[in-house]
Design a protein. Structure first.
Length: 249
């Protein structure tokens, strides 16, 4: 079985979770409908790292008895170290738009809504931005509306901001002090030129830019075995599509 794009993205996210230069991720939360970030978190845990996972979408054994209310409470107390966010639009300052395009309140394309994205972005020490689609309509020069700001003015309290942005084409790291992304690594078949052509904002390039490491045989074995076992109940369609796991009748 060849490496699946979802496996490649999950491994890229797992490497960011374990980045030794970042604050420790002792308690990681994953929102609803996020199978690839969930796979990355399970991969980290199944590799033997001491992390606590709280998956909002988990169907059984879920630690949240009141759903998002408890997630926000834990985050406000400083008890969530890492979260994942995406956006209908993401710009070069790591601003997110989950409202819609055009004039307020999104008279063009409507997105799912902000929900708790701004709160989580402000109150979580580390946020990894994730969006499979990498195109000029998603990665824009300036978002039409800011659901959650990537950086804040001096004097505004926030615990953290984006650590990185992972897409189907590449991995960007984010420098909050400069409010700017740096192209850190490339997915197979991509070049700096192809990423620039698909990106609406300007960015820096890391010295010695290279391809993102391919998943190792050990990582693939864990993803296709123990991780799939953990995810089959909650994400049956994902496990069937990516790993061929037959869905329960």
């Amino acid at each position: 079985m060849s490496v699946q794009p979802e496996e490649r993205l999950a491994c890229a996210l797992a490497r960011l979770i374990l980045d030794p230069a970042a604050p420790p991720a002792r308690h990681i939360a994953v929102g609803a409908a996020s199978p690839i970030p969930a796979a990355a978190c399970w991969l980290v845990k199944k590799q033997g790292h001491a992390v606590r996972l709280s998956l909002l979408h988990k169907r059984s054994g879920n630690p949240f008895t009141e759903g998002s209310r408890e997630l926000f409470d834990l985050t406000g107390q400083g008890r969530i170290d890492l979260f994942f966010l995406g956006g209908g639009q993401i710009d070069g300052q790591a601003n997110l738009n989950l409202v819609g395009t055009g004039e307020w309140p999104g008279t063009g394309v409507r997105f799912p809504g902000s929900f708790g994205s701004a709160f989580m972005y402000f109150m979580t020490p580390r946020t990894i931005l994730f969006r499979e689609e990498h195109s000029p309509r998603v990665l824009v020069e300036k978002v039409d509306m800011i659901s959650a700001p990537g950086v804040s003015p001096p004097g505004v309290f926030r615990r953290g901001t984006a650590q990185a942005l992972v897409t189907g084409r590449c991995v960007f790291t984010f420098d909050a002090a400069r409010a700017r992304f740096t192209l850190a690594s490339l997915m197979p078949g991509e070049t700096e030129a192809s990423v620039r052509a698909a990106t609406g904002f300007d960015f820096d390039v890391a010295p010695g830019l290279a391809a993102a490491p391919e998943p190792s045989e050990a990582e693939l074995a864990i993803l296709r075995g123990a991780v799939c076992d953990e995810m089959a109940e909650t994400y049956p369609e994902f496990c069937a599509r990516v790993w061929g796991r037959a869905q329960a009748a």
